[in-house]
Design a protein around this ligand. Structure first.
Ligand SMILES: NC(=O)c1ccc[n+]([C@@H]2O[C@H](COP(=O)([O-])OP(=O)(O)OC[C@H]3O[C@@H](n4cnc5c(N)ncnc54)[C@H](O)[C@@H]3O)[C@@H](O)[C@H]2O)c1
Length: 309
């Protein structure tokens, strides 16, 4: 990896994007973060990265910035990332997640830079998919967020074919780790960690047997950097392949917190997926990527971050 790599990271002030930035810096990239701070925080951005506060819906400002920075690669993570917000306001979700993505693709094309796009596994595959799900399963999104990510994917892949760029789509599992917002509606690991460290009772929806593929954020950052370095286009799941149910997840965090506090139970929220796990063997075959953190180690590390905050 040479210092000549100039990488633009959209959403780099957010949870996952800030870890991508840290890894790119460790690999000697010059990094420019673009984020409107609607959900992220400038405090997440390393002071070794350049930062510009900008809305990716502003095509003109984005193009001017890209002309100046001349990126050799783009990691595109800026998004309206909430499923429930997308149901409340699908127009806003579409404007950021589809039109914003088109703007990012256009500045990447102008610079001749490949794009690595943050898409989703859980919100695309739906409830009927065989587990662990492979990329060949036809998406059946259940929310405007999933529909917009699918549309974004179509543009990313089309720009790859039309303009000969090695664009990559990464379909992420349930990402957890340090810097995840513990005060939103999603991010169960961050929410449980915050509650347990304050000796407060967590709430489990349904019977707690619903499963997700929880993937540690440093492993996701590794997938972004590997995808950018590989110079090949493709669509890849990024997960562990392992289903973890909510009660097991809570038990890991209780162990880390050394507490046996019992959860409150509440009815399952409407539209919640029952089970999810992603087969990431295509990414292992193509790029040699595999997760380094199993869920036990990842959850213990994450709990320590919240406990020490
Ligand atoms: N967290 C997960 O489990 C998960 C799973 C699948 C996919 N993803 C995707 O990964 C990406 C990062 O998610 P995250 O969990 O870090 O969320 P996040 O909200 O922490 O990060 C998104 C960032 O994008 C920024 N942003 C939002 N709208 C913008 C706009 N119009 N212009 C510029 N910046 C804007 C926000 O301020 C924020 O910093 C998103 O694309 C999300 O859809 C996340």
């Amino acid at each position: 990896m040479s210092a000549a790599q100039r990488t633009l990271v959209t959403g780099g002030a957010g949870f996952i994007g800030s870890h991508v930035v840290d890894l790119l810096l460790a690999e000697a990239h010059d990094v420019l973060v673009v984020d409107d701070l609607s959900a992220g925080s400038e405090a997440n951005v390393s002071d070794r990265a350049a930062f510009t506060r900008l809305d990716i819906r502003d095509a003109v400002a984005l193009a001017a910035l890209a002309a100046e920075f001349a990126p050799t690669g783009v990691c595109h993570l800026a998004a309206q990332a909430s499923v429930t917000a997308s149901v409340r306001d699908p127009g806003h979700d579409l404007a950021v997640n589809v039109l914003g993505t088109l703007n990012v693709l256009e500045i990447a094309r102008t610079s001749g830079a490949p794009v690595v796009f943050a898409s989703t596994g859980g919100a695309l595959y739906g409830d009927d998919a065989p587990l662990p799900t492979t990329e060949s399963y036809a998406p059946e999104p259940l929310s405007p967020y999933g529909a917009a990510k699918l549309a974004g994917e179509a543009y990313v892949a089309t720009w790859s074919r039309l303009h000969g760029l090695a664009n990559v789509i990464l379909r992420l599992g349930n990402v957890y780790g340090p810097r995840q917002d513990a005060h939103g509606e999603a991010g169960v690991v961050a929410i449980f960690s915050e509650l347990l460290r304050g000796a407060k009772q967590p709430t489990v929806y349904g019977d707690g047997t619903q499963t997700r593929d929880y993937i540690y954020v440093a492993d996701v950052a590794g997938a972004f950097v590997a995808a950018l370095a590989a110079g090949k286009s493709g669509v890849f799941n990024v997960g562990t392949g392992v289903e973890t149910d909510v009660l097991t997840l809570l038990a890991h965090l209780q162990d880390a917190a050394d507490t046996a506090i019992e959860p409150a139970l509440a009815p399952l929220r409407p539209g919640e997926l029952r089970r999810s796990a992603l087969d990431s063997s295509a990414l292992t075959r193509a790029l040699g990527w595999r997760p380094e953190f199993d869920v036990g180690r990842g959850l213990a590390t994450t709990y320590r971050y919240y406990a020490d905050a």
